[in-house]
Design a protein around this ligand. Structure first.
Ligand code: NAD
Ligand code: FE2
Length: 388
């Protein structure tokens, strides 16, 4: 009899080499994945940074036929993927080193995924089992090297790419898009500007929180998510105050990897409301999530009151819903995150369109309270007015 027991699919992450200085293992990690000619995919700013140049040189010194592709914009778009794909195919590269924040990681992963596919990229959107259309032999191995601590793309099976024609963020998914090896070296995150430390750290918090609250059955993910929230509470203010605090940077890298592992359970309205804003206004993903976070926590109260009270107790707060909400408000303020959409230069001009897009976003289904068009509009208005 299985009818009374839950059914679920649980997937666990890639091999993670964690610790300061471990970027020195990059060439060996490539070899262990069978890569002899890696394409290092990054963004134009990171391409100019000494740490990126050093990583690239280490590949060449190890005798690997490495090249670099750096035309990935923040919130990567379809044309970035196709440009990288052209370089990968022309250069005969047999693997990708995805090096950077979520934007470079996602673009690098999707380029590796598309290496030998005959169908166009949008045939592999994260809808139903569209991923089964992909030719698994056409996917080259990926080594992921995060330089931010937030998206957790380094442990995930998906890449978020904006479709330029529709200004929509879409998720490309395949189980083999999971990196073969991930190198989490906190020293690579030291140079993040303060607002990126804040935004990416709050993205990790949003992942842990939304995964924890999503209604599907995944107790392993829930167990991880609460520890991820605790790490953010303890270490994000420290990483923000002193970017060279390696211990804090390391624990934030853990929180990021935890969040993305946990969110195979689901995400929710924070991400569903944020994706249209990111696609239409090109705002930073994590900062945009952070603006919506308290409004969504208030919106979801009726469905997750008891769960949030348990979470509050675990992270050292009074076991009350209001204590958790107040903590998120205080944390945002401490990290210089705006309280309203005006702080992201977003007005109500596209609210009607965004309210249609948000409930259709693949993350909306994980919200513990159904997100309708009317509900999304209400939340966009609240986030504009600063009314909880
Ligand atoms: N795949 C997933 O599961 C997933 C999850 C969440 C978000 N995302 C996507 O990830 C993207 C956001 O990624 P992000 O928040 O990491 O930011 P990002 O990759 O867009 O980088 C933001 C900026 O920070 C700079 N930067 C990155 N690392 C730096 C460092 N160490 N020092 C100095 N500057 C640095 C970059 O050059 C860039 O200008 C969005 O497109 C979002 O949709 C993907
Ligand atoms: Fe996110």
């Amino acid at each position: 009899m299985t009818s009374t027991s839950p059914r679920a699919n649980w997937n666990y992450p890639t091999a993670i080499r964690f610790g300061a200085g471990r970027i020195s293992e990059l060439a060996e990690a490539c070899r262990s994945a069978g890569i002899t000619a890696p394409l290092l995919v990054t963004d134009p700013f990171l391409a100019t940074q000494p740490m990126t140049k050093a990583a690239f040189e280490s590949l060449k010194e190890a005798g690997l036929h490495a090249a670099i592709f750096s035309e990935v914009k923040p919130n990567p778009v379809e044309s970035n993927v196709y440009a990288g794909l052209e370089v990968l195919r022309r250069g005969g590269h047999d693997g990708v080193v995805a090096f950077g924040g979520g934007s470079a990681l996602d673009a690098g992963k999707v380029i590796a995924f598309m290496a030998g596919q005959k169908r166009p990229m949008w045939d592999f959107e994260d809808i139903g089992d569209w991923w089964t259309r992909a030719d698994p032999k056409g996917i080259v191995p990926i080594i992921a090297v995060p330089t931010t601590a937030g998206t957790g793309s380094e442990v995930g099976r998906a890449g978020v790419i904006t479709q330029e024609k529709t200004h929509t963020k879409k998720v490309i998914f395949h189980p083999l898009m999971m990196p073969k090896v991930t190198i989490c070296d906190p020293e690579l995150t030291v140079g993040m500007p303060k607002h990126i430390t804040a935004g990416t750290g709050l993205d990790a918090l949003a992942h842990c929180l939304e995964a924890y609250c999503a209604p599907s059955y995944h107790p392993m993910a829930e167990g991880m998510a609460v520890e991820g929230v605790r790490l953010v509470k303890e270490y994000l203010p420290r990483a923000y105050a002193d970017g060279t605090d390696i211990e804090a940077r390391a624990h934030m890298m853990s929180a990021a990897a935890i969040g993305a592992t946990a969110f195979q359970k689901g995400l929710g309205a924070i991400h569903a409301l944020s994706h249209p804003v990111g696609a239409l206004y090109d705002t930073h993903h994590g900062l945009t999530n952070a603006v919506f976070m308290p409004y969504v926590i208030a919106f979801n109260k009726k469905a997750v009151k008891e769960k949030i009270e348990r979470l509050a107790a675990y992270i050292g707060l009074k076991p009350r819903y209001s204590a958790f909400l107040d903590w998120t408000l205080a944390l945002r303020e401490e990290l210089g995150v705006p309280n309203t959409l005006a702080g992201l230069k977003v007005d109500d001009g596209k609210f009607d369109l965004m309210s249609k897009m948000a409930p259709k976003d693949p993350t909306a289904g994980g919200n513990p309270v159904a997100l309708t068009k009317a509900g999304a509009l209400k939340l966009y208005r609240k986030a504009l007015e600063g009314a909880l």
